[in-house]
Design a protein around this ligand. Structure first.
Ligand SMILES: *C1O[C@H](CO)[C@@H](O)[C@H](O)[C@H]1NC(C)=O
Ligand SMILES: *[C@@H]1O[C@H](CO)[C@@H](O)[C@H](O)[C@H]1NC(C)=O
Ligand SMILES: *[C@@H]1O[C@H](CO)[C@@H](O)[C@H](O)[C@H]1NC(C)=O
Ligand SMILES: *[C@@H]1O[C@H](CO)[C@@H](O)[C@H](O)[C@H]1NC(C)=O
Ligand SMILES: *[C@@H]1O[C@H](CO)[C@@H](O)[C@H](O)[C@H]1NC(C)=O
Ligand SMILES: *[C@@H]1O[C@H](CO)[C@@H](O)[C@H](O)[C@H]1NC(C)=O
Length: 940
């Protein structure tokens, strides 16, 4: 039997209103105090601050936190309905596409930031109910936070948006973004500091936005929302009890005893009052499911959710209660047995749940299901649900921000546009600025400022000249007075001050640069030019002269290059035709096949297999790799070795013979070869996922999470171990690098190109300086000894490990050239190990394994070969860090009672009963107050 509960439309509205009914329960406050809160009543102008009587939190007006916007009041008929004074006034932003509040913060501290919105028909336009879309956006800093959708909402309704984030700087900015569908406005803004230990998954690149936060058990109707001071961090905990029909079979539990924290560090600080209550079911029932309806307008495909469950056994001291926690059909936490009077907070570590794992018909749902041996049904005390906000955009370089703000202050510019970050995100960059975004991994810089005809009055602002990357400054047609300051210019190349009121003299420091051709100065139309006939004072002289020169300088080479390219093409085509006609490579097939059990191909066959060598899948030191399909349909990679080496490759056949005997799951399998005077090629299994370098540099490939990376490293290490330890004589790869680690369709790491180095280098050492290995991967001892040993491979493998961890190339070119091991050492010395980790991982990794793998990698790249581990050691150390089969479903604390059960078994059980869940149609689709709504189901 399945019973479903749903809340009606009106109940739904109530809880939005009820958000403003506040708990008065006095409770001991620990942790943060309200004095650290930043509480802003937007649009409030009457006095600088007032004390909210119910909350006992002072609220201030917003004047000091932004520029622009209009202060407005909601209509009187809605005033009485508002639960608190902050909702009575608001600030609206009819002008500008982005308007930002700047709130003071402590760099690196964690915060909860909440914005509320009560429309109250302040503009008397009935915007929420006039049938049109009323939608605007919120940014947290330079990143998109959430959309505010007020379409079809009752004007009296208050909705709130919350984000948990780390302050990137000593200010946090919150911006309202006009989408062209309604004027953005805001009623209140609240910034609440959190402890550093709280919400451990937050990082500089990961913030989360609020989706749900529920407390369970029976709560007074007045406590519909629990917040400060019960929760010293002023989180809003909605009463689940108030949202549903709390009849049979729900049972509320409560205790007056203290519920302790199970972990030494409490990552969530759930208030005592909340932990002392819980909900469970009648003992005849076995599971409870709660649904979170996702607003269909949210792109649920990209939605990434993080549920946090808080469990504490408060019914008995010797409980017999065990349950499994599922997200849809995926078992998140098996065999959970909450300890008496101790809270265990569980969430999926190292990852967010994506659409693939948790949705059914656009709903996320979570089930707590009693296990067969449990004496009691499941229980829950509190539940939080967040979704990932990627903090992926960079803020403008802080020097530039500092100086451009000084300029703004200097000229007292009241430009609506000039709020928030100057360059980021791109589409909201300040008007008149040109920014350089070319280095995608660094903060954008301001390279050009155009403030021509901007009504600037006064002296030329020194701050312009201080801007470290500014190249082009146009201040023409203003009212600048005084003289040009004597200043040592940095990067400035063009300075246009024409048509101002600047007087002389022109300082030498500037003149010298002009004369040296380093600075293009324009001064015409200024008093300083009245008696001056220098080029910088004469209108357009340079332009006229340079035009023809420019033309010649640009057009002539372009034409020449086009001609040359054209000729080359014609010649090549012609030559190709001829060579095809005259030379039949097949004629050169030789008659001494190897006595080995791999196929020998002729050139004609290879030509056929690769469809005339059409599709190139890679290029390496030894030649070009083509994609091919064998007659039996198997895909192969055909590596055509450089023709020039053929004559000297006397070792080739023996080498192929050796390679054909090497069989290991982590070594690419040689299928065949081609050998004759014109053709030297090896045919391997084709690896559809490319190589590790491509995958690491490929950007945000979600499939390459921390665990996958560890697995690939482990695979590669096993392949090398085999070559070193199990082949006699041992084979030294000599060119271990990320491009030589291929990935099969299951992303298993497979080593390629082993053995080849030897053949080729031995053949070449006497005529060339081709070194074994590749720049950045090469054993430092090699330079001294020219000896290649298995430890050479270990060194290169260490570099590969560092690449896997950091996502950086072995040699980093910018800002200066540095070898990856030094880079890692420097960064760890400066900060913490987290600073070296690939940003793409979004801080979702296990810290213990990270530390272990970094240690191992640094060990592999020891300067002296003797200090490096063997591959066997590497393999066994890596194995320790590999997540065990079920460990991806970890809780914060591994509670000892949890037994292991296999995933498949449980999934199957779940599938069997999921038919009973068809009642999900009862989940309603009203999306007020945000984007989601929770319903609950319970059943036998
Ligand atoms: C800034 O204002 C100008 C004119 O007032 C407008 O054209 C431009 O789109 C605005 N840009 C932003 C980012 O608000
Ligand atoms: C707004 O709605 C109210 C009541 O529904 C109506 O009396 C009023 O005329 C409307 N105003 C506008 C501008 O549509
Ligand atoms: C980052 O900036 C780009 C370009 O301005 C924008 O399209 C994107 O939405 C931004 N990302 C976030 C998370 O805000
Ligand atoms: C905003 O909400 C309305 C009413 O719920 C809905 O019809 C509309 O699709 C939503 N728009 C967006 C972009 O979320
Ligand atoms: C709960 O687990 C039991 C086995 O203990 C299984 O038979 C039942 O189908 C599961 N129910 C749900 C909703 O997962
Ligand atoms: C818990 O209850 C189950 C079923 O009632 C029973 O088989 C089991 O022995 C109990 N365990 C304990 C520790 O009481």
């Amino acid at each position: 039997m399945v019973i479903s509960f749903r809340c009606s439309e009106s109940a739904n509205l109530t809880w939005i209103l009820a958000l403003l009914l506040i708990t008065f329960t006095p409770i001991q406050v620990y942790g943060q105090s309200a004095s650290e809160f930043v509480s802003i009543d937007c649009g409030w102008v009457n006095s600088s601050s007032y004390m909210d009587a119910a909350l006992v939190i002072p609220y201030s007006s917003d004047g000091g936190f932004l520029e622009g916007g209009l202060s407005r009041e909601i209509l009187p008929e809605f005033m009485a309905d508002t639960g608190n004074d902050q909702q009575k006034t608001l600030r609206s932003f009819p002008d500008g596409s982005r308007n930002c509040y700047t709130l003071p913060s402590t760099t690196g501290k964690k915060y909860l930031l909440r914005a509320t919105f009560t429309y109250g028909n302040y503009d008397r336009l009935n915007k929420t109910l006039d049938g049109s879309v009323f939608l605007f956006g919120l940014h947290i800093g330079v990143n998109f936070w959430e959309a505010v959708n007020l379409t079809n909402l009752d004007p009296s309704v208050t909705i709130w948006k919350e984000v948990l984030t780390i302050a990137p700087d000593n200010v946090v900015s919150v911006c309202l973004v006009n989408f062209g569908s309604g004027t953005p406005f805001i009623s209140s803004l609240e910034l609440r500091p959190l402890e550093d230990t709280m919400y451990p998954f937050l990082s500089s690149s990961v913030s989360v936005r609020y989706f749900q936060r529920y407390r369970f058990g029976s709560v007074r109707a007045a406590d519909f929302i629990t917040r400060y001071p019960t929760d010293p961090y002023d989180r809003f905990w909605q009463s689940w009890y108030g949202t549903i029909d709390h009849s049979y079979p729900w049972i509320s539990l409560n205790t007056s005893r203290t519920v302790n924290r199970q972990q030494s560090i409490d990552g969530f600080q759930v208030p005592q009052a909340i932990l002392q209550k819980a909900s469970t079911l009648d003992t005849n029932y076995s599971f409870m499911t709660f649904f979170v309806a996702i607003d269909p307008n949210l792109d649920s495909g990209s939605l990434e959710l993080l549920p946090i469950f808080h469990f504490a056994e408060i019914a008995s001291d010797s409980p017999n209660r065990t349950f499994n926690v599922y997200s849809a059909s995926e078992l998140l936490f098996p065999d959970v047995s909450p300890l008496p009077m101790r809270v265990d907070s569980m969430y999926p570590t190292n990852r967010f749940l994506t659409n693939r794992f948790l949705m059914s018909n656009k709903n996320a749902y979570f089930t707590l299901n009693r296990t067969a041996s449990s004496g009691l049904p499941p229980l829950i005390n509190a539940f939080e649900l967040y979704s990932l906000v990627r903090m992926e955009n960079f803020t403008t370089s802080s020097d530039d921000v500092h100086y451009i703000n000084a300029v703004k202050k200097h000229y007292n510019l009241a430009r609506i546009n000039w709020t928030g970050d100057p360059c980021s995100p791109r589409e909201y960059k300040w008007e008149g600025l040109t920014c350089d975004y070319s280095n995608g991994n660094q903060n954008p810089r301001i390279v050009r400022v155009n403030m021509s005809t901007s009504g600037l009055i006064g002296q030329l602002a020194i701050s312009f000249l201080d801007m470290p990357s500014l190249e082009n400054l146009d201040l023409s047609h203003n009212n600048l007075t005084g003289v040009i300051p004597d200043y040592q210019l940095k990067s400035l190349k063009v300075l246009n001050l024409s048509n101002n009121k600047l007087g002389g003299p022109i300082p030498d420091s500037i003149l010298q640069r002009v004369q040296a051709g380093l600075l293009d100065l324009r001064l015409e139309g200024n008093p300083v030019c009245s008696n001056n006939k220098d080029t910088y004072c004469s209108d357009k002289m340079t332009k006229r002269r340079t035009t023809p020169i420019l033309l010649i300088a640009v057009i002539v080479p372009v034409v020449l290059i086009c001609l040359l390219v054209g000729m080359c093409i014609i010649w090549k085509l012609h030559w190709k035709e001829r060579s095809r006609d005259n030379e039949d490579y097949a004629m050169y097939e030789e008659e001494n096949p190897l006595h080995i059990d791999i196929t020998r191909f002729t050139y004609a066959e290879l030509n056929h297999i690769t469809n005339s060598f059409q599709s190139i899948v890679g290029k390496g030191g030894f030649g070009i790799v083509y994609h091919g399909i064998l007659a039996n349909g198997d895909e192969v990679a055909v590596k055509v070795l450089k023709e020039t080496s053929i004559a000297e490759s006397t070792d080739f056949l023996p080498e192929v013979q050796t390679l054909s005997k090497v069989h290991h799951k982590n070594l690419v399998t040689l299928q065949g070869y081609c050998l004759n005077k014109k053709c030297l090629a090896l045919v391997y299994d084709f690896m559809p996922r490319g190589n590790l370098q491509q995958l690491l540099r490929g950007g945000e490939d979600c499939s390459l999470n921390w665990e996958r990376r560890l697995h690939i490293a482990f695979d590669a290490a096993q392949g090398l171990e085999y070559l070193h330890e199990l082949c006699t004589p041992s084979i030294v790869h000599r060119d271990v690098k990320t491009p030589n680690i291929l990935l099969d369709k299951n992303l298993m790491g497979i080593i390629s190109d082993f053995g080849l180095s030897r053949t080729f280098n031995d053949a070449h050492t006497h005529i060339s300086t081709v070194a074994a290995g590749t720049l950045g991967y090469l054993d430092p001892e090699y330079h001294a000894t020219f000896q290649i040993t298995v430890k050479t491979d270990v060194y290169s493998f260490g570099i590969v490990l560092l690449e896997i961890i950091t996502g950086q190339p072995p040699v980093i070119m910018e800002p200066q050239t540095v070898h990856l091991p030094s880079w890692v050492r420097q960064n760890i010395a400066k900060g913490s190990i987290h600073d070296v980790v690939d940003k793409v991982l979004l801080d979702q990794y296990d810290v213990t394994s990270l530390q272990g793998v970094i240690d191992l990698a640094m060990n592999c790249v020891e300067n002296a070969a003797i200090d490096r581990p063997t591959m066997t050691e590497v393999v066994s150390r890596l194995r320790m860090f590999l997540p065990a089969v079920s460990s991806k479903k970890q809780s914060v604390s591994a509670s000892p009672q949890r037994k292991n059960s296999t995933d498949t078994e449980i999934t199957r059980q779940f599938d069997l009963i999921s038919g009973a869940n068809n009642q999900t149609s009862s989940v309603q689709s009203g999306y007020t107050g945000g984007m989601s709504e929770t319903n609950f189901l319970s059943g036998r």
